[in-house]
Design a protein around this ligand. Structure first.
Ligand code: PEP
Length: 235
C-alpha cells in the first residue's frame, strides 16, 4: 500500500482546504488502496469526516500541552480536532525557521510519548550532495541524532533540500542509492520528497525501498493530487 502525503506549506485557506478535503474524501471512499496524509496550514484545522485511509496532520506544533509559547499551538489545540499526526524535521523548518537538531529531537520525543504518528524528514543540502554518498549519509545520520528510529508510529521521508520546491528531482539512481542505504539501517516506511509531480511519481514510487511520496507544490490542486494517488495505487 503506497503512502502519499500532501504538504500545503503556507498555502490554502480554511475554505479552500474544506473543498480540497471534500473532493479527496469522495475519491478515497471508493479507492482505499493508498494511505493518504494531508498537512494543511494550522488555520484550516477542522472537524473533517474521518476515513480509515485518510489522515489530516499538522506541519508543526509546539511540544507542550499549552502554556506561554506565543505564536505556537500545543496538543490541547490539536486534541480539539483529533489531530494525532505531525511532520517533524522538514527542511524549511530546519533551514528557514532555524530549528536545531536538539530542538527537533525534543519535539520528536514529546510527540512520540503521546503516540503521535510522526513523519520525520531528513535531507542534505546541495553542497553536501556534491561531496558524495558517504558525506551525504553522514549528514543524514546526524539528522537522526536523538531520534528513536524504532518508534512504531514513525514514517521517514528523505527529502534532499536541493530538490524541494525547485523543480529539480533527484534522479531515480540517486533516490535508489540513498533509500537503499537508509533501509539497510532503519526498517521503517520511507517516503521520497522533492519536486515529485504527476509526471515522475509513478517511476519514483515503483523503486525498491521507496514506500511513497511526500509532495509539496504538486499536491496543492486537489484534482492533481487525486491523479497522483490514482497513478500510484497499484504499486
Ligand atoms: C515538501 O515540502 O516536503 C516538498 C517535497 O515540496 P515540493 O514537492 O514542492 O518539492
Amino acid at each position: 500500500m503506497p503512502i502519499i502525503a500532501a504538504n500545503f506549506k503556507t498555502n490554502h485557506t480554511r475554505a479552500s482546504t474544506a473543498k480540497y478535503v471534500s473532493l479527496l474524501s469522495k475519491y478515497l471512499k471508493t479507492n482505499s488502496t493508498t494511505e493518504v496524509y494531508v498537512f494543511p496550514p494550522l488555520t484550516a484545522l477542522d472537524q473533517y469526516e474521518t476515513l480509515a485511509n485518510f489522515t489530516l496532520g499538522v506541519q508543526n506544533a509546539y511540544p507542550a500541552k499549552n502554556g506561554s509559547f506565543t505564536g505556537e499551538i500545543g496538543t490541547e489545540q490539536l486534541d480539539e480536532f483529533n489531530i494525532k499526526t505531525i511532520l517533524i524535521g522538514h527542511s524549511e523548518r530546519r533551514h528557514i525557521l532555524k530549528e536545531t537538531q536538539e530542538s527537533i529531537a525534543q519535539k520528536f520525543h514529546y510527540f512520540k510519548t503521546l503516540n503521535y504518528k510522526i513523519i520525520y524528514c531528513i535531507g542534505e543540502p546541495l553542497e553536501v550532495k556534491n561531496e558524495g554518498l558517504d558525506k551525504t549519509l553522514e549528514y543524514l545520520w546526524a539528522q537522526l541524532e536523538g531520534i528513536d528510529t524504532n518508534y512504531e508510529n514513525l514514517i521517514l521521508a528523505y527529502e534532499p533540500v536541493w530538490a524541494i520546491g525547485t523543480g529539480v528531482t533527484a534522479t531515480l539512481e540517486e533516490i535508489q542509492s540513498i533509500h537503499t542505504a537508509i533501509k539497510k539501517v532503519i526498517g521503517k516506511p520511507l517516503l521520497y520528497g522533492g519536486s515529485v509531480n504527476l509526471g515522475n511519481v509513478e517511476k519514483i514510487c515503483a523503486l525498491p525501498n521507496v514506500d511513497g511520496a511526500l509532495i509539496g507544490t504538486a499536491s496543492w490542486i486537489a484534482e492533481d493530487f487525486i491523479k497522483i494517488i490514482e497513478n500510484t495505487k497499484e504499486l
